[in-house]
Design a protein around this ligand. Structure first.
Ligand code: ADP
Ligand code: MG
Length: 234
């Protein structure tokens, strides 16, 4: 049984001296494998900073972080190859899909497993399987510019899931989507979490999806506060 995500007393200070900003002042958070948790809080409360620390995009100032089986940070990085950590352990979903415009849909999804050393044919068949599961299989050979916004976002979700990372970090993934499509994204994340034991954090202030979480954390004043959600079926 792996940990999922554990964050212990993580702090992040930007800058030094008089102009320093304490964005995170001791965050504690735990997400079990197979669990999808919401992270909410006002603008500027540190949500993106926390995802960036967890995703090894920026370095915390102190604390401990565990992802899957690995203690990745304990007052310093514990993993020598942070790029491999990001590639193999973490799927990122951003507000905008950021697909590669000159690769077709299949190769946008297959690129990451190819870079991880999977033979191209296997990477492509794994990509197509996921695209099918996300109901965009019929667009597998299209170029990103030929897709609707909702289709592009589902391709971006396939890309985040394709290496079967133990952790998915989503920063406002449904912001550009209408209600039905936003709920479809949550449905897919819930399904993937259950199927692959993925621990998922969804940063959002989207009122359409907030009632779907069983558990949420709110960031206020640089600290997290756990709260129960409605856990509405989607
Ligand atoms: P949120 O995603 O909740 O809107 P952020 O994590 O982006 O919040 O920002 C948290 C705080 O940290 C804000 O006060 C913001 O101005 C500050 N901040 C974010 N990034 C930087 C940076 N690179 N340098 C200095 N301050 C930053
Ligand atoms: Mg943000």
């Amino acid at each position: 049984m792996t940990t999922g995500i554990r964050i212990e007393d993580v702090r992040k200070r930007y800058g030094h001296g008089d102009t320093a900003v304490d964005a995170l002042k001791g965050v504690d958070m735990e997400v079990a494998p197979g669990e999808v948790v919401g992270l909410i809080g006002p603008s500027g409360s540190g949500k993106t900073t926390l995802l960036k620390c967890l995703g090894a995009v920026i370095e915390p100032t102190s604390g401990r972080m565990t992802l899957g089986d690995d203690l990745i940070y304990d007052h310093g990085w514990k993993i020598p190859d942070l790029r491999a950590l990001r590639r193999d352990k973490i799927g990122f979903i951003f507000q905008a899909p950021y697909l590669i415009p000159f690769l077709d849909v299949t190769d946008n999804v297959a690129l990451l497993p190819m870079l991880s050393g999977l033979p191209n044919s296997q990477a492509r068949s794994r990509a197509r399987e996921l695209l099918e599961a996300l109901d965009v299989g019929h667009r597998a050979q299209a170029m990103p510019s030929q897709l609707s916004g909702g289709e592009q976002q589902r391709v971006a979700i396939a890309r985040a899931l394709v290496n079967r990372p133990p952790v998915i970090l989503a920063d406002e993934p449904t912001a550009p989507l209408d209600s039905e499509r936003a709920l479809a994204v949550i449905r897919i994340l819930n399904r993937m979490a259950a199927q692959f034991e993925t621990a998922i954090i969804v940063v959002t202030h989207d009122e359409k999806i907030i009632p779907t979480f069983r558990r949420l954390y709110q960031i206020r004043d640089g600290r997290t506060h756990e709260q129960a959600g409605d856990g509405r079926e989607v």
